[in-house]
Design a protein around this ligand. Sequence first.
Ligand code: PRP
Ligand code: URA
Length: 208
Amino acid sequence: MSKLVVLNHPLIDHKMARIRDKNTGTKEFRESVSEVGGLITYEITRDFQTVEKKIETPICEMTAKELEKQIVIVPILRAGLGMVEGIHNIIPTAKIGHIGLYRDEESLEPQVYYAKFPEVIKDSVVLVVDPMLATGGSASKAIEIIKKTGATDIRYVGLVGCPEGVKRIQEDHPDVAIYLAAMDSHLNEVGYIVPGLGDCGDRLFGTK
Ligand code: PRP
Ligand code: URA
């Protein structure tokens, strides 16, 4: 079964409170989503393999360490874009792919409209990024598309999840670890996470 890590950190909780608050404006919302993306990155990368590399400090030679594998960040459009900058700040060597998906408002089924990945994705560690894990349909479809590239080390990174979404990923993709800033109670009758933070894409981009 997929590993599930719900971050439990005062700084993340503090920023999540600002993100969830309906009175938080677009600017602070956008900055905080990006910052939490960066903070979660420390936990996601905890078990990354490193390789030794000989370097010279101003004082002497030494054997240092660098990341073994290329990292690819794949945001699910639109809302996933909000977390990319924060993660990229922490891993500037990461390459970025994109998957365009939206939930049909009636059926809640994901509709795919775009997919573009860097060539190196197959041998990379892939971070699938989307703030909201609701029914899990969008994340599951995105992971399915990424797996078709041959990539095998895939991790899902989100802000808010719920039991329904986690169950869906664990059933569809038991090999994919899930990292969340918070785990909420349930989905409401129109597929929104409760208590959640509302529509993340609309709040990031000011579309409503
Ligand atoms: C939101 C969110 C996820 C999806 C989660 O996107 O960013 O991609 O819903 O829901 P699910 O787990 O039930 O699939 P939305 O479909 O609103 O598209 P947008 O990001 O373009 O606004
Ligand atoms: N997408 C969102 O943006 N918010 C939710 O609560 C569920 C799906």
